[in-house]
Each structure stands twice: as structure tokens, then as C-alpha cells.
Ligand binder design. Structure first.
Ligand code: ZN
Length: 463
């Protein structure tokens, strides 16, 4: 009998990590990092991986986001030498994301160690380094959508398009005569760039994400109208627009929408900055993979075979630190897109520090904000926040535009789940906060007479 242990993203939305033990093999599905509360704190080797990495036979990663892959370099640092399976496009994105992650971890530790040295404390080690990432990258193996591969004797793997970010996959896994499906993160069918999530019809066991299990997104038209109104209001108020965005996915969706407005002559700002080296590199990967885009806007597809600037000519990429710092001198008329998406790190913190206290500033929150993050505090209406060790008054207008989410809303989750043939698979809800899971669980039970388990962290189930 096989079993599965839920080590992460169990009743929460970060740190995806599930260990599947079949009769002969140990497979790790996802190796995600948790998005924590304290931006300055590095967890110094705590039990982040509560199993021996050397006993794992293969790792499967659904998509490049760090909350699904961010601890894979640590796994390698602690002795894992087996293959890491992912889609071919995730293979292109992973080096960008993990090198950036290692760089930030190393920089943070260097900073903490200076303080520790002054306090007479021993230095900390970074969670992982660029060397660990280099080693990890030699272990990556990419599969195309729909390509079924035997990854271990008696274990087969296939990815389907999840439509969440470029290269995101729904995982189909066969072992011991059974089939497990993991939804990964399911895309929002309003995505301007990507296909809708593939429908799967059969499985014995299903792990489904439930981030938005309790609500639907606003309609696309409504969201775009709100987006335009917020941008126009910022021009009226004479301030800048700050958009914290995830470098992979949300950023490119925003560039699409801004380009569309620009093409229609409706964009009043005369400068758009993508202030994210990682976002810039990722946007280049998007440029190289236009074949994976949906067919909704052939003109965009055609222009994107050149560059993003062709689509949005007021766009500037600010890779270097000096270029980023120079943005602090722009007082109005600019849109600045910067990471991180939940404001827990990255350049957005500097821009927030320089602009949040001004009434004329507009901040657009376009993605999910996990509990405890700076982004969530802004959404919840905090009057003062701590950023980079300084207390900052929040005078800016904060707009929350839920419709841009890269996750499926409740109805979309229901529709996706409903495609499974009867008898329906045994269902585990993952990757959701308890409140939202419970709402989805009730709906599944009432409408489809389908029971869903909501495993706790560390819980093991026989499958
Ligand atoms: Zn994701």
C-alpha cells in the first residue's frame, strides 16, 4: 500500500511539499519554500525538510514558483542527487528564479552576520548558495506537455497545461496500478496569455489546490475597468502607481494589459518600469515561448515574436540597482512594477518606503496576499507599517484588484473537478487557507456528493 504525507501547503497556501511512498520508491512532489512573516529573518536550517533527502528517488515540480520549488536547492545541498522532473519551460524559468533566490539568501545572511558579529554571536550559513543551485540545475529534466515518461521502474509521469504561469503543469502520476493527479496551481481562465487549465477525466487520487475555494473573481471586464480607473486617478492626483507583482506570471499579464491600453490610446502614464531583474529575465522567456500562448489576440502574438517593447513602447526595464534607485526621483506619472508579489522582499519595499506616505500615491494589489505579509497588511488597511526597519505611515490609496489572480476562482475549481469521471477520485484539498477550503468542501459535498479531506501538516494517508 502506498502512502502520502502532507509536509507543506496543508491548510495554508505556501510551502507545497508532499511525499509519496510507493511499494518500492519515495517520490517528492513539490519542494516549496514558505513565505514567512518577517522579511529579515532567515530560518537557520530548521526542520524545513522533515525527511532524509538522500532517501528520495525522484522529485516532481509542477511549476517554477518558489512556493512550489524554492527548497529544491536545499534538498541538493543536503545530499539529494536524483532527477528533478518538470516541464521543459519550467526548466528555462528555474535557473532564473533559483539563482535569484540563492543570491537573496546569501545577501541576507551576509547582512545578519555583520550584526551577529557585533553581538559576539557565531555566523549563520545561508539556506543554500549559488553553488547548490548550479548543482541542482544539472539534475533538472524537462518534459513537454502530454509526454508520458517512465521515471522509475513502474512509475510514469505526464504534465498537462495548468494555465497558471508559463510552463505550469498539472501532474499525472501512475504507480502501483493507481493514478494520482495533482492540480498544481490551476490558472484563471481569464488569463490574457495562457490557455485554460487542461481537463483531466480519470484518477484514483486527486490533490487539488483551493486558494480561492471560497470566492469567485470579478469578471475580466470589471477588473480591467477598475484597473483603468485606478491608473487614471493616479494621473489626476499627480502621483505614481506601484504594483507589487510576482515576477513570473502576474508581471507578464500586467504588461499585456498595459500594452493593450497603450495600443488603444488609453494609457495616460508616459512611463512604465519593470523594476525587477528577475521579472525582466522571465519576460524574455515568455518572448521565446509565444507558441504556448492562447489564440485570443493574434496581433499580440505577432508583435511578441519581436519584444515586449514592441507591444508597449513606454516600457523600460531597470535591471541595475542605480536605475532602480533613480526611480525614487520620479514624483509622478510613472507605473512601477516590482517584486516581490506579497511585498516580503525585493525592490518594491524601497518604492513603498519612498511613496506610501504620500497621499497622491496609488498602490495596486493584483495578487493573493498570504496572511502575515506586508501586502496583506496593506490590503487589510494598516495605517502604519514597518518597512526595512522603518515605520512608514500609509497615506496612499490601496486598490485591491482580485480579478487579476493567476489562480482559478471557486466556480472554475468546481468546473475543473467536475470533469473527473465517476466514481470520482479520492480527494484531498491542499494549498488553501482553512476558511476557503471549508467553503469549497461544502460545495463539493452538496453539489457533487463528493467528500474532500483537508489534511493537516505532517498528516499521512494510505492511498
Ligand atoms: Zn503558483
Amino acid at each position: 500500500m502506498a502512502k502520502i504525507t502532507f509536509y507543506g501547503a496543508a491548510r495554508q497556501v505556501t510551502g507545497s511539499c508532499y511525499l509519496i511512498e510507493t511499494e518500492h520508491h519515495r517520490l517528492l512532489l513539490e519542494c516549496g519554500m514558505r513565505q514567512g512573516e518577517d522579511e529579515d529573518e532567515i530560518e537557520p536550517g530548521a526542520p524545513l525538510l522533515p525527511f532524509d533527502p538522500q532517501t528520495i528517488d525522484a522529485v516532481i515540480l509542477s511549476h517554477a514558483h518558489l512556493d512550489h520549488t524554492g527548497l529544491a536547492p536545499l534538498l541538493v545541498r543536503r545530499g539529494y542527487r536524483g532527477p528533478l522532473y518538470m516541464t521543459a519551460t519550467t526548466c528555462q524559468l528555474l535557473p532564473i528564479m533559483h539563482k535569484d533566490s540563492a543570491f537573496l539568501l546569501m545577501k541576507d545572511v551576509e547582512w545578519s552576520n555583520k550584526r551577529r558579529q557585533r553581538a559576539g554571536k557565531p555566523p549563520l550559513e545561508p539556506l543554500y548558495t549559488l553553488n547548490d543551485v548550479e548543482r541542482e540545475l544539472t539534475l533538472c529534466e524537462g518534459l513537454h506537455y502530454g509526454e508520458k515518461r517512465e521515471i522509475l521502474p513502474g512509475v510514469e509521469l505526464c504534465f498537462r497545461d495548468a494555465g497558471h504561469i508559463l510552463g505550469s503543469g498539472i501532474v499525472e502520476l501512475w504507480f502501483d496500478g493507481r493514478k494520482l493527479v495533482f492540480s498544481g496551481d490551476l490558472g484563471n481562465s481569464h488569463s490574457p496569455l495562457l490557455e485554460d487549465p487542461s481537463l483531466i477525466e480519470s484518477a484514483d487520487i486527486l490533490l487539488m489546490e483551493s486558494t480561492y475555494g471560497d470566492r469567485n473573481h470579478r469578471s475580466n471586464e470589471e477588473t480591467l475597468r477598475e484597473f483603468r480607473e485606478a491608473l487614471d486617478k493616479a494621473v489626476e492626483d499627480g502621483g505614481n502607481v506601484l504594483i507589487p507583482a510576482f515576477a513570473v506570471g502576474r508581471t507578464q499579464d500586467l504588461l499585456y494589459h498595459l500594452g493593450q491600453m497603450y495600443q488603444e490610446g488609453r494609457l495616460k502614464q508616459n512611463q512604465v518600469f519593470l523594476d525587477s531583474p528577475m521579472g525582466t529575465s522571465v519576460s524574455e522567456v515568455y518572448e521565446k515561448n509565444t507558441r504556448l500562448f492562447n489564440d485570443d489576440n493574434p496581433r499580440f502574438r505577432k508583435m511578441m515574436t519581436h519584444t515586449w517593447e514592441q507591444w508597449l513602447s513606454v516600457l523600460r526595464f531597470t535591471r541595475r540597482t542605480e536605475e532602480s534607485m533613480a526611480l525614487n526621483r520620479i514624483d509622478s506619472g510613472a507605473i512601477i512594477i516590482a517584486g516581490s508579489g506579497m511585498c516580503t522582499g525585493g525592490r518594491i519595499r524601497h518604492h513603498l518606503k519612498h511613496n506610501l506616505w504620500k497621499r497622491k500615491t496609488h498602490v495596486l494589489i493584483v495578487g493573493y496576499q498570504a496572511f502575515g505579509t506586508l501586502g496583506r497588511k496593506l490590503v487589510d488597511g494598516a495605517k502604519r507599517v514597518r518597512i526595512l526597519g522603518e515605520e512608514i505611515a500609509v497615506k496612499a490609496t490601496i486598490h485591491t484588484l482580485g480579478g487579476f489572480s493567476a489562480h482559478a476562482g471557486q466556480d472554475q475549481l468546481m468546473a475543473w473537478a467536475k470533469a473527473f469521471h465517476k466514481p470520482r477520485p479520492r480527494l484531498f484539498l491542499v494549498h488553501g487557507e482553512p476558511g476557503s477550503m471549508q467553503v469549497l468542501q461544502k460545495r463539493l459535498s452538496h453539489e457533487l456528493h463528493w467528500d474532500a479531506a483537508m489534511p493537516e501538516e505532517g498528516e499521512t494517508h494510505e492511498i
